[in-house]
Design a protein around this ligand. Structure first.
Ligand SMILES: C[S@@+](CC[C@H](N)C(=O)[O-])C[C@H]1O[C@@H](n2cnc3c(N)ncnc32)[C@H](O)[C@@H]1O
Length: 274
């Protein structure tokens, strides 16, 4: 797996236009669309906004904190954090189109002065040592094989005593996964790891883990509600993460859900202190 393969996997090609079309279907424009309207599409992780809220609330983010969103995607969680905790947020992501789209959306909702997204690898971030009070990473480690290097790099940019949260899909048991899934078409771009690898590599980097929570039941309930809404409406909503997942979106979600049900994967939160 190369970073180029990963960025290609996520690149849509015409994402701003796709979002503008979705906003029009909602009966809104880029001048009237709100953070809440965008939440179903700009939070690309299991549980969407609800998951972000439950996860980020554990990080005790204060308005004067320097906050980093590692693998920010199109920046939904960055905007949510900036809005909810009154803070500024820096985000980095490998996929250039996501970064450009994210910065465009921040302008639409008037948050561009407080959020800066840039293209970079989480393994080599354009920040000095001891820069951030808080950092978080949501559904990114599944594409990064070298967890040791990843957490060492995050530790480097965090201030001592800073708090870092991970919310990733993790591996359980040895059974084969069914692909494609939202983060990978094939096993070649998937780098799932079990919770003990996360714990060991976080601790090896210098972090102390203070909390861990398996979100399997939350994920299953979330998908059940989502499927009920889609069935009742006779199709997906105007704005949703299906817009980010390409032609194989239906099978990707179906496989992910089956993998969770089979106990092969689950989303897990970990909170750690630097
Ligand atoms: C499933 S999306 C999650 C995006 C965002 N965190 C969210 O929750 O909405 C995974 C993201 O990880 C990014 N990513 C994967 N590998 C990366 C790396 N080595 N460095 C930075 N970003 C990476 C991808 O470009 C993609 O935007």
């Amino acid at each position: 797996m190369t970073e180029k393969n990963v960025a290609e996997h996520y690149t849509h090609g015409a994402l701003v236009a796709e979002l503008e079309a979705g906003i029009a279907r909602l009966g809104k424009t880029i001048d009237t669309v709100t953070l809440d309207d965008l939440a179903p599409v700009d939070e690309f992780h299991i549980g969407g906004r609800q998951a972000s809220e439950a996860f980020l609330d554990q990080l005790a983010i204060e308005p004067d904190h320097a906050v980093l969103d590692v693998g920010c995607g199109i920046g939904g969680a960055s905007r949510f954090a900036a809005d909810r905790y009154g803070t500024n947020v820096d985000g980095i992501d490998l996929t250039d189109e996501y970064v450009q789209t994210g910065n465009t959306i921040s302008k639409w909702v008037g948050l561009d002065g407080r959020i800066t997204l840039r293209q970079a690898s989480a393994l080599s971030m354009p920040f000095g040592n001891d820069t951030f009070d808080r950092a978080y990473m949501m559904h990114v480690g599944m594409n990064i094989a070298d967890k040791k290097a990843l957490f060492a790099e995050i530790y480097r940019v965090m201030k001592p005593g800073g708090v870092f949260g991970v919310y990733d899909v993790m591996r359980f048991g040895g059974a084969d996964l069914t692909y494609p899934v939202p983060w990978a078409e094939t096993p070649e771009t998937s780098a799932l790891a079990p919770p003990d690898v996360y714990r060991e590599t976080l601790e090896a980097a210098g972090f102390t883990i203070t909390a861990e929570r398996n979100r399997r039941e939350f994920a299953l309930a979330f998908f059940e509600r989502m499927q009920a809404r889609v069935s009742a409406a006779g199709g997906p909503p105007a704005l949703g993460i299906h817009l980010l997942m390409g032609e194989t979106r239906v099978v990707k979600v179906k496989n992910m859900l089956a993998n969770i049900k089979d106990g092969i994967i689950a989303p897990v939160e970990m909170v750690a202190t630097a």
